[in-house]
Design a protein around this ligand. Structure first.
Ligand code: SF4
Length: 332
């Protein structure tokens, strides 16, 4: 392995989204010098180290500018990326933040909706979230940054997702910003979103108006189709030359495959030394990955799949959904 990205939950997140793939974790501000400890711990083993001080909401701290500069400084032979993300919580509360986003060349910011006001507030877990998203959209456009609206759809909110098309019209978003984008998808089925399995959207219920905006619609399978595509292959997660490690605010280290639950922990940085952590990473010697070698997707589908279901999935998301059902069962 040549390269590592260390993605650290230093400041938490103001939201509690019902679709959060990472899973909900308590916010805890980590110690100021934890960043140096974390980089020093891993740097002997990699040529390139990229440090990110956020794992959930980017820039969710009062000193976001200094924090970004420190992330750049700590990275070795590398520079952190900005991605197309920002904190809409900070954006509507701190007038300097938009200037910062421009300084670091942010071109597009993705904002996540779940329907109209009541649904979006309920799904984000914070009153006024919808109004803040609308305010953030206007602020971004006025400052030359493109908003991209992402919407998670399920059986409960599907009609409201259609109504968002009217909101887009009323706000003249395509006319005001030539790069404005709107897309809809069902989300993966891990973390909090797995709890929404009972209301996962069924293919025949996707409103036809939304199909042109549906992400990878052609690669969408009904659950019963996914089951037909599974074979005797054992559950497998590859480790690339560039490994991405998610680090919780209590120093638990995870691969970034799926949610951050107990069966997926590689180890805790305060409890084991770096050599042992690296051995577990290289040899894929963790509870979840050892269990993975013992089961096939076909077995899991027989146990947890519903061969009559038309709920939609990407095939890899469905495989992970099945494996997490099994991990939960055997970890009880
Ligand atoms: S999805 Fe993102 S913004 Fe929502 S709770 Fe999870 S980390 Fe926070």
């Amino acid at each position: 392995m040549k390269e590592v990205s260390l993605v650290v939950d230093m400041n938490g997140c103001p939201n509690r989204c019902k679709h959060c793939w990472l899973g909900h974790m308590p916010n805890r501000k980590m110690e100021e010098n934890c960043d140096e400890f974390i980089v020093d711990y891993f740097k002997p083993y990699f040529e390139k180290v990229t440090y990110y001080s956020w794992l959930r909401e980017p820039d969710y701290c009062s000193n976001y500018k200094e924090r970004w500069e420190k992330d750049c400084l700590l990275s070795i032979n590398s520079k952190p990326m900005r991605f197309e993300l920002a904190s809409f919580y900070i954006l509507v509360r701190d007038e300097n933040y938009i200037k910062f986003l421009k300084e670091v060349n942010v071109d597009t910011v993705q904002l996540t909706f779940f329907g109209l006001e009541e649904k979006t507030d309920g799904y984000v877990g914070r009153k006024n979230a919808y109004n803040e998203l609308i305010q953030a959209t206007n602020l971004l456009i006025e400052n030359g940054i493109k908003p991209r609206w992402q919407v998670f759809i399920n059986e409960e909110n599907k009609n409201e997702v259609v109504q968002l098309l009217d909101v887009i019209k009323e706000m003249n978003l395509y006319e005001r910003c030539s790069g404005f984008k709107f897309f809809v998808h069902e989300g993966s089925c891990d973390g909090e979103n797995r709890k929404l399995y009972p209301i996962r959207i069924q293919k025949e219920n996707i409103p036809s108006e939304l199909i042109p905006y549906y992400l990878d619609y052609d690669q969408l399978f009904e659950e019963k189709e996914c089951i037909g595509l599974l074979n005797e292959e054992t559950v497998n997660y590859d480790i690339e030359d560039h490994v991405v490690l998610n680090i919780s605010n209590t120093y638990d280290v995870y691969f970034n495959y799926t949610h951050m639950s107990k069966p997926w922990v590689i180890g805790n940085m305060k409890e084991i030394d770096a050599e042992e952590m690296m051995r577990r990473i290289v040899e894929k010697d963790t509870f979840a990955l050892n269990v993975a070698k013992t089961v096939t997707y076909k077995q899991l589908a027989l146990q947890y799949g519903d061969s009559t279901s038309t709920k939609v999935f990407g095939l890899d998301d469905y495989k992970t959904y099945l494996f997490n059902c099994y991990l939960d069962d055997i970890s009880k």
